[in-house]
Design a protein. Structure first.
Length: 184
């Protein structure tokens, strides 16, 4: 992908196709031109990574937006989570996971010449908008982290409806083996 100098470009980190559907459309409505970044080393298996990536591709085709895919490198997530394996969902392990992915999103945005980034993670009612915003701003490294609470105005309902309409794969856990084992 060539470097992008347009002011309205924004890189959106996408955790999965389900969560990114409505955020992409809202960003477009707000005048942004989203570039989707699929970077999820937290996913417990390569198979899960591929299933979620296929759903993400469908969403990006539906919205006519570019998709940038990061390779699957689970070892980096395991290193970030080391010592935090028994933390509950939304605990310190999750903060480290989010930090890892948003740091990579900021790095990728810079590489592409995009000055703004955000994440679809905040659409989940299980995620803390303020905490994710704080992490995003901390790792921004000179970029602008755009904090949009995609849950507002029935965003979670809208993104779920779109995912059902598109027949997307629907996972029943956040992604890592630690949350899956605990039933989080």
């Amino acid at each position: 992908m060539e470097q992008c100098q347009e002011k309205n470009k924004i890189l959106i980190h996408a955790c999965c196709g389900i969560c990114s559907g409505y955020p992409i459309s809202l960003l477009k409505e707000m005048g942004y031109s989203p570039v989707v970044y699929f970077c999820n080393p937290n996913l417990d298996t390569k198979e899960e990574f591929e299933r979620r990536l296929e759903a993400q591709k469908i969403v990006c085709m539906y919205h006519w937006v570019d998709l940038v895919v990061e390779e699957y490198w689970h070892e980096d997530f395991l290193e970030a989570a080391k010592g935090l394996e028994d933390e509950p969902e939304r605990g310190r392990r999750c903060d480290k996971c989010i930090e890892l992915r948003l740091r990579e999103a900021a790095r990728k945005a810079k590489e592409l010449g995009i000055t703004k980034f955000t994440t679809s993670l905040v659409i989940s009612p299980h995620k803390n908008f303020n905490r994710i915003t704080e992490i995003g701003r901390t790792v921004a490294d000179g970029l602008e982290y755009i904090a949009i609470d995609f849950k507002k105005k029935d965003g979670f309902l809208k993104t779920n409806k779109l995912s059902k309409d598109l027949g997307l794969y629907r996972q029943n856990y956040c992604g890592c083996e630690f949350g899956k084992q605990r039933g989080d």
